[in-house]
Design a binder for this molecule. Structure first.
Ligand SMILES: NC(=O)c1ccc[n+]([C@@H]2O[C@H](COP(=O)([O-])OP(=O)(O)OC[C@H]3O[C@@H](n4cnc5c(N)ncnc54)[C@H](OP(=O)(O)O)[C@@H]3O)[C@@H](O)[C@H]2O)c1
Length: 374
């Protein structure tokens, strides 16, 4: 099979980690897009040289691309020139991990606001990218890493949904397999898990512990046999946040992204997990292959039930509702924390205002950082 062209937009930490895993496998021609061409050139050089050191000669092309509402036509022309088979969005105005730069008590306090209120920082670049993709008329599969549990839902309302997201629910699965294997006294390779859950659950479980109220659907097989319910779910989740708690690093997200991207065009379908498939809220088990992403829910869990569970998680993440026209209402409890710590508050976001909201949030966050340093 010819090598597919993969365009990665955003050469930050996650984009680079995905490249570090994918490039040595040498199954794609890579296009690495950064705001500064020099940054893209040096990213490509780093990956090319690292691969060569491991005996692999891979093809990477640097691309200058800055997402913005006024650059849609320009970016559409870049995409049309490349004609990628897959476009991966790793661009964001504010990665969650930036909050760790704050003093620990402030980080903990702001963490209580969850990710929902930060939506504009992830939505604005994804909105600009998807408009450019549609305008380019290139039939690429689109994959979004930036808060796909909600960003993909909003974009779906205006006909711009990426095909699928990466990370979040998927990042929990290896630890859950290990936790079940520990309880069943078997090898984790024998354990298959299917989990439907929103970003809130994966974020809480891996950083804070099991939330008091958890919304999810879980099924698992051991050695091919359905064993769902054989162990108390709380015991399994507890194993995730104790025995198998890992470093808070994007390597796991990068590995989850690879499990999606590598299989998108494979001739055999692969079972994995992904957030935001086809603009659905939250995360799901999916089957990926032959250019398609399909839900792969456990027996007895309907599509509407899985969506409903994810919408409950979405509210815990600070998003009350994504309306049919793409407006987003926020939960007042989480927004009140943003107001008290940042002086930022919004009840309802209109997609047309997303850049202004992101700019305001960015300014206020920077003011907080400066204040915490002085
Ligand atoms: N789904 C998950 O499980 C998961 C896990 C971790 C992270 N994430 C998300 O993935 C995204 C990236 O995270 P990260 O840690 O890699 O963040 P990061 O290191 O801050 O990188 C973000 C990159 O976005 C690009 N960017 C920013 N503004 C842009 C613009 N106007 N036009 C084009 N590119 C722009 C920049 O790339 P250049 O410098 O190359 O221009 C920047 O380096 C975030 O949304 C983060 O929350 C998701």
């Amino acid at each position: 099979m010819d090598k597919k062209k993969l365009l990665i937009v955003g050469g930050g930490k996650l984009g680079r980690q995905i490249l570090q895993i994918l490039a040595p496998r040498n199954v794609f021609i890579f296009y690495v897009a950064s705001r500064e061409l020099d940054h893209a050139v040096r990213t490509c050089n780093l990956i090319r040289q690292g691969c060569l050191q491991m005996g692999v000669s891979c093809v990477l092309h640097p691309v200058a691309l800055e997402l913005g509402a006024s650059q849609i036509d320009e970016n559409a022309a870049v995409i049309a020139r490349i004609r990628p088979d897959i476009i991966l969005n790793c661009a964001s105005l504010h990665s969650w991990r930036w909050l760790r730069d704050l003093p620990a008590p402030l980080y903990a306090a702001l963490g209580e606001a969850q990710l929902g209120p930060w939506l504009p920082m992830h939505l604005a670049p994804a909105y600009d990218l998807m408009r450019a993709v549609v305008s380019s008329r290139v039939k690429a599969l689109t994959v979004n890493a930036a808060y796909p549990d909600v960003v993909n839902v909003v974009l779906d309302k205006v006909g711009l949904a990426p095909d699928v997201g990466v990370g979040n629910v998927a990042n929990l699965i290896p630890a859950m397999r290990l936790a079940i294997a520990r309880l069943a006294l078997c090898d984790s390779q024998q354990v298959q898990v299917k989990l439907a859950a929103q970003h809130f659950l994966s974020h809480q479980l891996t950083r804070v512990g099991m939330p008091l109220q958890s919304h999810y659907r879980l099924a698992y097989r051991i050695g091919g046999k359905d064993c769902t319910g054989a162990f108390d779910d709380a015991l399994i989740f507890n194993g995730v946040c104790t025995h198998f708690r890992s470093l808070d690093d994007q390597f796991l997200t990068a590995a989850s992204a690879v499990s999606v991207i590598e299989n998108l065009f494979s001739l055999n379908e692969a079972e994995t997990h992904a957030p935001g498939p086809h603009g659905l809220p939250g995360g799901y088990p999916v089957r990926i292959g032959m250019g398609q992403v399909l839900l792969s829910l456990p027996y007895g869990v309907s599509r509407s039930d899985a969506i409903s569970v994810n919408q409950q998680g979405q509210r815990q993440d600070g998003i009350r509702e994504v309306h049919a026209d793409g407006r987003v209402s926020f939960e007042s409890e989480q927004m009140a924390i943003m107001e008290s710590l940042l002086g930022y508050s919004i009840q309802c976001l209109h997609l047309t205002d997303v850049h202004a909201c992101a700019a305001e949030l960015g300014r206020k966050y920077q003011a907080l950082v400066n204040q915490s340093r002085s």
